[in-house]
Ligand binder design. Sequence first.
Ligand code: NAP
Length: 282
Amino acid sequence: MPGRLIDGKAVAAEVRERVAAEVAELAHAPGLATVLAGDDPASAVYVRMKREDCAQVGIESFHHEPGGDVPEQALAELLGSLNCDPQVNGILLQLPLPGHLDGEAMSALIDPAKDVDGLTPFSAGLLAHGHPGLVPCTPAGVMELLAHADVELEGAEAVVVGRSQLVGKPLASLLLAANATVTHCHSRTRDLGASCRRADVLVAAAGSPGLITADMVHEGAAVIDVGTNRTDDGLVGDVDFDAVREVAGAITPVPGGVGPMTRAMLLVNTVAAARTQLEARR
Ligand code: NAP
């Protein structure tokens, strides 16, 4: 029997409803500043969708487009002013930045209290120390999907393929914090198939279409596909979906799996940041 489909769209809709209810209880609408530097069309679409998501749940968004040739100093000053703006509870600096700017260094200028993407070294440090603050949206979304699908993590063998700061590393920390036994794979892993076959929970976040084949998955495993690859056949994940679904116990599709959760978790983080800032001012 094919594995259960974990429907990211449906879970994300529930998360958005929860966020909207929380927002309605707050005295002031939370505010998210979006900063788009450069003219990458995909980035422009992502930012527009994030702003639409905000509007849907009652989060105010403040958009800034400093231009693709913005000097480092000017972008730093913009981020500094958003850090000080009490109407802004969260700051989203859309990556990648134009080539003359260092995305990691610029992200690090965001006040950790407003770091709704969870990408500052401070946020990463808290997570690594087991005291998560604002957690990066994609790994947070993966954890929410696993919880929603009732996947047992306590003592489970979890395998994460990919070790980026954005997805793989924070996800491994979250799985470890949930008491899974975590194996972390990457491009230098000697025998990826052997590592993956151990997994009760397998998360693919490599950006390599069709990397995970059915023979790499043990029967009944939960398979979460973070990969988002544009191919001639359209948008595909890292998992050979049709074949792997035949052996997996549960699986996310691409599109419609992790993607919608990433967007939803940005809203969760923005409300969490607003609440924390409100409490700190009391
Ligand atoms: P990344 O920074 O390029 O990292 C990719 C990771 O995968 C690296 O650690 C790399 O290993 C590893 N890797 C690459 N090819 C591999 C292979 N053949 N075998 C084993 N490991 C391999 O990418 P990312 O930002 O983490 O994103 C990963 C994927 O997730 C991409 O497709 C991206 O588009 C997608 N994504 C989706 C969402 C969403 O919301 N759905 C959000 C973020 C990212 P090394 O470290 O050794 O190079």
